[in-house]
Every structure is written in C-alpha cells, then in structure tokens.
Ligand binder design. Structure first.
Ligand SMILES: NC(=O)c1ccc[n+]([C@@H]2O[C@H](COP(=O)([O-])OP(=O)(O)OC[C@H]3O[C@@H](n4cnc5c(N)ncnc54)[C@H](O)[C@@H]3O)[C@@H](O)[C@H]2O)c1
Length: 418
C-alpha cells in the first residue's frame, strides 16, 4: 500500500493524454502535486505528451501501475473508467476519475466496493461545480439566501460542426459516436445543482429529442445517437431538477436554482459567468435590491485558481484531490456522489427506452441495495453482448458519404484505425 509523505509532492500518473493533459499541466506545486508518468495507447500522441511534460510514458496500463507513484488520474474513454479505477484502487493508488464514474450499474457496485475495500481516496473529477458562479451559488445557498431548494436546472449544450465532432471521435466505435450522450453525458449539468444544494437524485425520467435526419452534425458524421436529452430528476429533499444536454443549437452551460424565497442563476446573455440573484420585493431584506447581477470571485483560493487555466475551474479538481489525499478524508465529490450522477445517465437511458417511465437512482452507500444491481450490465456499448440501441429510433445507419467524410477527418488527426 502506498502512503503519502506530506512533506513531498503527491506523485501522479495520468491515463489518457487528451483531456488528461489538463490534469497533467495542473499537477504542480500550486496544489502540491507532481506529474511522474503518462499512459495512452495512441503512441504518437503519447510520445508528444511525454516530450512536453518530460515524464515516463507507458502504452500498457498494467505496466503504468507499476510506476512508483501515489495517485492515478483517469482520463481514458468515458465508458471505461470504472474497471480502470478498480484496478488502480486494488493496487493501492488514490484515484481521480473523469466522467462518467461507471458505465453500467454492475460497474458502479464494483467501484463502490473497491473504494471501501481499498481505503484509498476516490474523487469524481467533475469540474463544472467549481466555476466561480457555481461556487458562489453554493456559498449563498448555504447562507440561506434563497431559502429551501425546490426546483433547479442544469444545462450542458454543446453543438459542433461535423468536422470538429469527428475530429474528437476517431474511429467508428469511438464512444462519442454511439453513446446516447444527451442522456449519459449528464454529469456536467447535474453536478453543479447537487453541489450548490447538497442534494442527491433519487429518481430519473428521461425525455429524448430524437436523431435529426436534417442536421449535418448527425447526417455528415457517424454519430448513431439522438440530438439531446432532458432528464427530470427527483432529489432526496423532494426538489425537481431538469438536466439538459446534447447538440441543440445555443451553446452554453447554465445553472438555475429556485429556492422558496429567491432565485439564483448564471446569466444567459452577455458574459455568462455573471451571476443573477433575484428576491421578490415583499420578501427581500430592507435595502436589498430585488435583482443583483455581478461577476463573483471564487469564494476560496481565488488567487491560486486564477494562476491556472480554464478561468480557474480546473484548478479545484486537482486541489481537492490533493487535499483529500493529504487529509485522508474523502472529498465532497466522493464515489457515492460520482456514482449517483453517473447512474442518472444509465437509468435515464433505461427510462428513455421505456417511454420515459421513472427509474430509481439507488443509494450505493448500502451493500443491501447494491446487491440488487451487481449483475446489471445494461448498456448501449456495441462491443458488449446483448447491448441495447443507441437511439430511441432504433439502429441509425450512417451513409457511405458520412463514413468517407469521417474517415478523412480521422486520417488528418493521425488516426490509423477504422
Ligand atoms: N470534464 C470535462 O470538462 C471534460 C472535457 C472533455 C473530456 N472529458 C472526459 O475526459 C475523458 C477523455 O476524453 P477526451 O476528450 O480526452 O477524449 P477520448 O475519450 O477520445 O480520449 C481518451 C484517451 O484515452 C486513451 N485510451 C483509451 N483507452 C486506453 C487504454 N486502455 N490504455 C491507455 N490509453 C487509453 C485514448 O487513446 C485517448 O487518447 C472522457 O471520459 C470524457 O468524458 C471531460
């Protein structure tokens, strides 16, 4: 078992050099971390990243886990994190995992058990809660500024031109080409609401905007999924949340929190990182404006965060992971919160295929509850036996033209597969 010496930096290895490069750059003295190894199966990209960061490189995950280090950051494929996390935890490493935490309910069970068994730190690397306006909303919420949480919205809407979409999804069976992402890729929308209000989803009903045969992002690419999904969640305090994600036009991340005596949301026009707080005239304190619109600082560590990229938001995932390792206490975004928001995608897809019927989000803190799901391998992953459809319309077959276009884009990226 690895023990961390509080006097020296936490030695970190990162798997996946795409998004993972952000974690690699962030593993610095500012958070008390040091990058020591990288792993990726894409040799050219790995070589480039190894040169840039000047650390050891591995194409084999098992060999990578033999490197002398304390912690592993998982930025490999979205649908493969859980088994990689279990392996790293069992080898004695602390783990921070990109979204999603698990791709099936059975993997969620295995992950919760592995964290408990290993007694290592596990952090779910959701960065969206840590933007300045979301952290400010948490601060205001905990101070009682808008009262009890009753309704919320989270949005992650991200359309792209066809060539950009394909450049990010090299290979016919790359997860971005088959994962019903309007439902499964839901943690960016849900995590901020959970974080601000300290609530957890207990059930989900999913509504899907189907594949659009007139939309070039769909017809010119090999995406076999639907346009978008709206998840309606019931939270453990009775509040209702709408989580919207997908390729709808109108790019943006938005969070809206209705309390029973006020509203907070980031602005939809102009600079979207401005925060709007509204209190009804008859409920506000004397002298308090009905509406306030301002650009908040990070409530904590503002100076440190502003020294890093992505307006500071990415700083906080590395920071809280390092803090958790040093203190020996699981972070706020622990395995159970990571699993709860990831399961909204899995159970959401189940709901979408069952006419939007509500599905439970089980509490994986409890072994008796986990038992029911330990063999539940429901998945649309085309490489898994018995997989379900990736679209509510059934199988979508890309045209020959779309396939040729996609392959040309992949070749430009240096991708040699099919
Ligand atoms: N939080 C955010 O803002 C954010 C942004 C982008 C991506 N992500 C997440 O980050 C993860 C990575 O996304 P990405 O954009 O880099 O694209 P990606 O999923 O294509 O990249 C994954 C990388 O992991 C490598 N990889 C896959 N399997 C491997 C294995 N068995 N061994 C070694 N390397 C392996 C691939 O070669 C690739 O370079 C995904 O889970 C995605 O959901 C999060």
């Amino acid at each position: 078992m690895k023990t961390v010496n509080n006097k020296r930096p936490i030695r970190v290895g990162v798997i996946g050099v795409g998004r993972g490069s952000g974690f690699a750059s962030g593993a610095t003295d500012l958070v008390g971390m040091k990058l020591v190894a990288l792993c990726d199966t894409w040799k050219d990209k790995l070589r480039e990243a190894g040169k840039k960061f000047g650390v050891a490189t591995y194409t084999d995950y098992d060999k990578f886990l033999e490197h002398d280090m304390d912690a592993v950051v998982l930025a490999n494929y979205c649908h493969q994190h859980a088994p990689f996390a279990v392996k790293a935890l069992d080898a004695g490493f602390h783990v921070m995992s990109e979204c999603a935490a698990c791709h099936t309910m059975a993997e969620g069970v295995a992950l919760a058990r592995a964290v408990e068994r290993s007694k290592r730190i596990y952090m779910f690397a959701e960065n969206y809660p840590y933007s300045a306006y979301n952290q400010e909303m948490r601060r205001l919420y905990l101070a009682g500024r808008v009262g009890k949480f009753v309704y919320g919205e989270g949005e992650y809407v991200h359309p792209d031109p066809a060539d950009v979409t394909m450049a990010r999804s090299c290979g016919y069976n790359h997860w971005r080409n088959w994962l019903p992402w309007g439902v499964y890729y839901c943690t960016h929308a849900i995590a901020p609401v959970m974080f601000i209000t300290d609530t957890i989803p207990v059930s989900v009903s999913a509504f899907v905007v189907p594949h659009d045969f007139d939309d070039p992002e769909q017809t010119e690419t090999v995406r076999r999924t639907d346009i978008a999904g709206a998840l309606m969640l019931k939270m453990d305090n009775g509040a209702i949340v709408k989580a919207l994600q997908g390729s709808l036009r109108g790019h943006g991340n938005f969070v809206r929190i209705h309390g029973n005596c006020g509203l907070m949301e980031n602005c939809r026009t102009g600079d979207k990182s401005f925060l709007r707080v509204w209190r009804e005239p008859w409920e506000k304190n004397p002298g308090e404006p009905v509406e306030q619109i301002y650009m908040p600082d990070f409530p904590t560590h503002h100076g440190l965060a502003m020294k890093t990229g992505h307006s500071g938001g990415d700083f906080f995932t590395n920071f809280h992971f390092a803090e958790a390792i040093r203190s020996g206490r699981q972070p706020y975004l622990d395995v159970y919160r990571g699993l709860a928001m990831s399961m909204c995608g899995i159970q959401g897809w189940r709901s979408a295929l069952a006419g939007s019927a509500p599905m439970e989000i089980p509490d994986f803190r409890k072994e008796a509850v986990r038992k029911k799901y330990e063999n539940d391998v429901f998945s649309p992953d085309p490489s898994r036996p018995g997989h379900v459809s990736s679209s509510i319309l059934g199988e979508i077959k890309p045209s020959k033209k779309a396939l040729a276009f996609s392959r040309a884009v992949w070749r430009k990226q240096g991708y040699k597969g099919k």
